[in-house]
Design a protein around this ligand. Sequence first.
Ligand SMILES: Cc1cc2nc3c(=O)[nH]c(=O)nc-3n(C[C@H](O)[C@H](O)[C@H](O)COP(=O)(O)OP(=O)(O)OC[C@H]3O[C@@H](n4cnc5c(N)ncnc54)[C@H](O)[C@@H]3O)c2cc1C
Length: 380
Amino acid sequence: MELKATRASAIGNLENFVENNLGEYSKLRNFDFGPNKRSNTSCLSPYITHGVINETEVIKKSLDKFSFSKNEKFIQEILWRTYWKGWMELRSGVWDDYLIDLKKIKEEFKDNRDYLDAIEGNTKIECFNEWVNELKTYNYLHNHTRMWFASIWIFTLELPWQLGAELFMQHLYDGDTASNTLGWRWVAGIQTQGKHYLASEWNIKKFTNNRFQNIKLNENVPPKISGKNYTILHKTFENPLNFENKDLLVFENNLSFEITDFANQKFRKILLVVNKNENRNIQLSENVVKFKASLIEDQRKRLEDKSIDCKIIDINEIKNLESCYCLYPTVGENLDYINQNSLKNIEFLFRKLDQNSWKFCNKGFFNFKKYIPKIISSFS
Ligand SMILES: Cc1cc2nc3c(=O)[nH]c(=O)nc-3n(C[C@H](O)[C@H](O)[C@H](O)COP(=O)(O)OP(=O)(O)OC[C@H]3O[C@@H](n4cnc5c(N)ncnc54)[C@H](O)[C@@H]3O)c2cc1C
């Protein structure tokens, strides 16, 4: 599995997947054949998370190859991400509470032997240990494995989900506030309350092609309970009608300016923002820091090649900027920095896809799915 930190690699991987593997996606996508055999899913999430390629581009490419009905499963998965993002935007208190709980629990568990064994891949469960190593080495896990991993963490190792979600964010190249936090909450049974995901020995064996033995799990445990309910925030995601001559801030979630809805808009300068660990609640691993830095540098070069005035800046510098625009960073550490420093000089710009989708994220995914044809018809 090669995940080079460039847009050229992302496009190459997308084209290769659509041409050779998309046709079998719905049949094979749940199998995890191991890190050296990843062609049954796209492995595009590290690029999509950073906006190196975007959902619209991926869906359009898939529709150039197959009809909507043949592609339905793949398109649904792509838009799961958009749905989770919108769900989180409308209930951002979930992220705030997660960080508060995490801080407290980290202190409580800092010397806990079971926790330390789990993050070192030193438990009695062989497959789990292998996945911890895989996470740290490849910075990627298959979706089904993320579900098994989270389920074993919560229901067999009996550790708090918040710590597992932190471990994922530290090491995943595609680490994403919404998909990760809500993915863990979903496995625990507090996202769809009362419905949890329980990993089982037969399921792991079947979908890993019998690569693991001795999988002794707690397969009969009730879901976790959360006493908290979140009311939906009434946010508008509107763009200015007229643009002024200002700088544009671009965070790590939009690293292909040239394919954004604002590519034809003239900005004074494009400022690519680096957010180092010193300003993050969750400390990213060295690999992830390097991956992000390389993607930012790749974007800088591409902009320079197009003679677009641009510069890489540290997040601390944005406090001193005059009024500017900013491609919306979405709920997470970068938006937290802007809010915590009360930066009123920044006007957000929202993607059309998000404007057209997030309004349908007030209920469950089942409801959201009904709007997928409508969302896709808005692409052109
Ligand atoms: C506990 C847990 C944590 C997760 N954390 C993250 C995370 O931090 N970042 C992240 O991008 N995804 C996360 N996911 C979702 C999913 O596992 C990954 O998006 C997927 O494995 C990426 O591999 P792929 O690109 O080969 O996916 P494919 O199967 O090829 O799907 C194509 C694209 O659809 C999106 N997608 C697919 N499945 C999901 C899903 N279940 N939820 C949301 N989007 C999806 C991704 O953008 C993916 O690149 C998490 C899932 C779980 C259960």
